[in-house]
Design a protein around this ligand. Sequence first.
Ligand code: PLP
Length: 367
Amino acid sequence: MSIPLVDLAAQHAAVADEVAAGWAQVLATTAFVGGPQVAAFEAEYARYAGVEHCVGVGNGTDALEFALRALGVGPGDECVVPANTFIATAEAVARAGATPVLVDCDEDTALIDVAAAADAVTARTRAVLPVDLYGQVAPIEKLRAALPAEVAIVEDGAQSQGATRHGQTAGSFGDIAATSFYPGKNLGAYGDGGAVTTARADLAERVRLLGAHGSPRKYEHPVLGFNSRLDTLQAVVLSAKLRRLDGWNAARRAAAARYDALLADVAGVRTPVVAEGNVPVWHLYVIRVAERDTVLKALHAAGIGAGIHYPTPVHRTGAFAGLGHGEGAFPVSERVAGEILSLPLFPEITEAQQERVVSALADAVFA
Ligand SMILES: *Cc1c(COP(=O)(O)O)cnc(C)c1O
């Protein structure tokens, strides 16, 4: 029996009836775009994140781009982005017309290096985008203290729904935060989806305008916008899942603790480091090993769906080759990228499955 990296079927089983009933209601009313379920979910998610405003959009990348545009970021501006993130963080900056300025990460947590981010600030810097990588919140209060007041912070919370840092919930840090409801995220839709969360009414209003053809009222278009909205059908799924998210995140934490214990005696494996003050939601459980590619191959041969998040730092992708960074530009990110390995982790993973993963891993590391 193989063990997948993530198993979305079990979560669907838990909400299937509720989703079917909710979808039947949408089908009966045919309010596929902008139905009342969208506003209901936005209110629920704002409350969950502990902020006043949530605006649903088409996906997480658009959420980041609109957050930046709402702050007035555009051509000629620079935005600081960690080199080790999913490409969408840098993509959103480029799509807003600005230049991503990459910085390295912390050796232990792989979160943005606060000192490097502060050093990268120039007269053109408009924003820094800390990423809550793997499900733990970046040290955003330290970043705030290290940055000039006029530099905005946009939290990339795509991987951290429900995580807390010093008791504060992900999605409420910085000036504005973006998240993704891509199916594999902790709060995943049945297709694409995303949202911004913010305490600032002006930014929320601007994001809503951008996602709806720049239109505050039908057939009025004071600004050039986009078409990027959260579907009504997705909002139904997200509301049903949000009610269970804390339970699922707790199950992920229990599974992560079990991996920590099982791996304590396995030489050659570095388990994930949680920064002080953080309660992570373990979007991914990422270990570090030497000879990673060999280990990964052995795990796959044993039927274990391990993965790499992410194999190529942003500056080494073709998309951002134009930034002109060679190999060695961000040594920590590059070293981490060569050693990381994501183990199967989902709320319903069993102890027996985790024991099999660790036993296959131990064999692979010692081989
Ligand atoms: C998933 C993800 C995104 C983008 O989300 P999409 O919904 O796929 O556009 C952005 N940043 C990070 C860190 C992510 O993991």
